[in-house]
Write a protein that binds this ligand. Sequence first.
Ligand code: NAP
Length: 290
Amino acid sequence: MQQAPPLTGATRVFGIIGCPVRHSLSPLMQNAAFQAAGIDAVYVPFPVDPEQLAQAVGGLRTLRVAGFNVTIPHKSAIMPFLDRLDHSAVAAGAVNVVMNHDGILTGYNTDGDGLILSLQRDLGCDPAGCRVVLVGAGGAARGALAALCRAGVAAVSVLNRTASAAEEMLATVTAGYPQVACTVLESGRSDQTFWQQQQLVINATSLGMKDEEIPGLELACLPGDAKVYDMVYAPPETRLLRAAKAMGLATANGLGMLVAQGELAFELWHGSASPAGVMAKALHRYLDSP
Ligand code: NAP
């Protein structure tokens, strides 16, 4: 294995803030890519309690941390503490990447575009013109919805435990896309014809991490060429993916999205593409090790 270059006074610092942040796989992916690209930088985890977010952001600015990722629970809460927001962050109502340019902090969202890239790479699915069922109305769902609209989907039906959250998300995120047909699905209220017309189902909730079922999905009624994507990647095969696979449908978990959002963050920070396949390889080497 290639040896990591020595840290010097010129080494730039990147990182991730979250609470908790111990579980994050981003340090693994980003440090592998920095090293492969020969970039003199290091990427570290920063645990930040919600009540200390403002001080933490000020500290990162003061210490000239060059850029950082933002994860649960800070993705929306950080927005008022940044100087600028890219349109990707405004559309999603959430930030997962921050760039520090001479003390000016700009927030971006690469989760949504990461999902689109993963749909293309891992499912061979171009969402343009697709009829999509999106499960969830939290931060990840918002980013996904904004990116799906940008990618030109025909229709999005949102299934969420709290219907009012789904209504609010559709009203705010899809406002600029009158051509996208949007509905809130009530669990158990949609008929067989509806499900026969859907081409893509995306889970953007945490359901599945503990082998939970997603109520209200009628997988058996989907057409044979429908595709099912689960943003959850631990475990690698959720109950949803198992059921979809058993019905012969194409499936993918959220590992590809994790990699793609990281590659897009790298590109924002360094102005060039991350070395091809390096982040995915680092991740798989780690996850596949006993
Ligand atoms: P979030 O903002 O907390 O939203 C959680 C969503 O899950 C809400 O829609 C919530 O519904 C729903 N939910 C939670 N517990 C539920 C339950 N017991 N029954 C039914 N619905 C439930 O979280 P998030 O940031 O959107 O993240 C959602 C998932 O996506 C997480 O598993 C996260 O790890 C994953 N994710 C993956 C990637 C990736 O790169 N693969 C990137 C981002 C996120 P209510 O509105 O009813 O509360």
